[in-house]
Design a protein. Structure first.
Length: 366
């Protein structure tokens, strides 16, 4: 992490002190205006940006102080031949390096909507109960991750499995940098285990897909023509009591040009579900355009095609050995229980760090 004179506040992990200082002054001035909170939709993202910049600047100041102190102490200890102090300074430098890595990751969360809340869709692949149970395990994993990081989870839509698990589910994750951290989870997740649903205790391979896209606010314009959207209403199948199942309160929107489909049944009111569905549709279309600009987009059809070996990003093997391996970064761990309980930090950090280096080719687990 270093102070830089480049034209953007953060580019490729390099923090531009001058630009950040100027932007922080602008945001401070705006926040002091008496009418600042008249429009919370615009004010909240600016306050989140202010917090991110201020935090990054404080991290850099702290690291610079620690580096200066370590250099002074090292020179003194070396002159006096104080090996104990030299060892202490060395340990401090190693700790500072880890802090610098953490600060660099924070700097990488500088995308256009990285600070935003996000939606997570989980869809079971082919394979019936096996894949539907696996989709439910993935949903639980993300709920546990969110809870561990002080993020809030709202259930938006769910379609229960035939026997166990879920066919699909959509959640809204609310928290600082929710999209920035979780966006790399989009793709196919593969599970290998001895099936609890197989009386012969055979080893099964199951697939489920995950799609992560950001919540966008009214400051981002996404133009959708009414004629391009088909609206269907139906009776909700999830939680909500008898009332919700007696009325056509659930709403499904299909964007005909792209094939994007969103569904909401969280509320008893069809009006509220319709509004939420339109917000999700805008977010999905915006995210698709954002990915195109970042040159890492895939056509929307790809996200809904057959869930199998093609777009696999991570393997979870529970039998005959235990291992979780990311096929993009090569990060792996034998703590499968921890990962499935939401401990994803190492995987998410590696995905962010990969932006700073060449793409890695990784072999899958057997």
């Amino acid at each position: 992490m270093r102070r830089s004179g480049s034209p953007s506040a953060c580019s490729g992990g390099v923090f531009d002190w001058g630009v950040a200082e100027k932007r922080l002054a602008e945001l401070n001035a705006l926040s002091e205006r008496p009418d600042f909170w008249n429009d919370p939709v615009k004010a909240q993202p600016m306050m989140r940006e202010r917090t991110r910049i201020e935090s990054a600047m404080n991290d850099i100041r702290m690291l610079e102080r620690e580096a200066d102190d370590a250099e002074t102490l090292w020179d003194m200890a070396e002159a006096e031949g104080d090996k104990a102090t030299l060892a202490e300074v060395d340990a401090g430098i190693r700790a500072a390096v880890e802090k610098a890595k953490s600060a660099e990751l924070k700097a990488l969360l500088s995308g256009e909507v990285d600070a935003n809340d996000c939606y997570i869709e989980v869809n079971a692949g082919a394979g019936g109960t096996e894949s539907q149970d696996w989709a439910s395990m993935l949903r639980r994993m993300y709920v546990r991750y969110a809870n561990a990081h002080d993020m809030k989870v709202e259930e938006i839509d769910e379609h229960a499995g035939d026997t166990a698990g879920i066919k699909s589910a959509t959640m809204l994750i609310k928290g600082e940098n929710a999209y920035g951290w979780l966006k790399s989870e989009s793709g196919v997740h593969r599970l290998v285990r001895i099936s609890p649903y197989d009386s012969n205790a055979r080893r099964h391979t199951s697939f489920a897909s995950v799609w992560v896209y950001p919540v966008i606010d009214d400051t981002i314009e996404v133009n959708i023509l009414d004629k391009d959207v088909r609206t269907d209403t139906y009776r909700a199948s999830g939680a909500g009591g008898q009332h919700i199942n007696k009325t056509d309160s659930a709403v499904r929107l299909t964007h005909i040009p792209t094939g994007i489909v969103v569904a909401v049944q969280a509320e008893r009111s069809q009006h509220k579900n319709r509004a939420q569905a339109w917000d999700m549709l805008r977010a999905r279309i915006y995210e698709m355009e954002l990915k195109k600009r970042e040159a890492v987009a895939q056509a929307e059809a790809d996200s809904k095609t057959e869930i199998g070996w093609g777009r696999q990003i991570r393997s979870y093997v529970l039998q005959p050995y235990q291992m979780v391996k990311d096929l993009r970064t090569g990060v792996e761990t034998s703590d499968t229980a921890g990962v499935l309980d939401g401990d994803l930090d190492e995987f998410l950090a590696a995905s962010l760090s990969q932006k700073l280096g060449p793409e890695t080719v990784v072999d899958d687990l057997d």
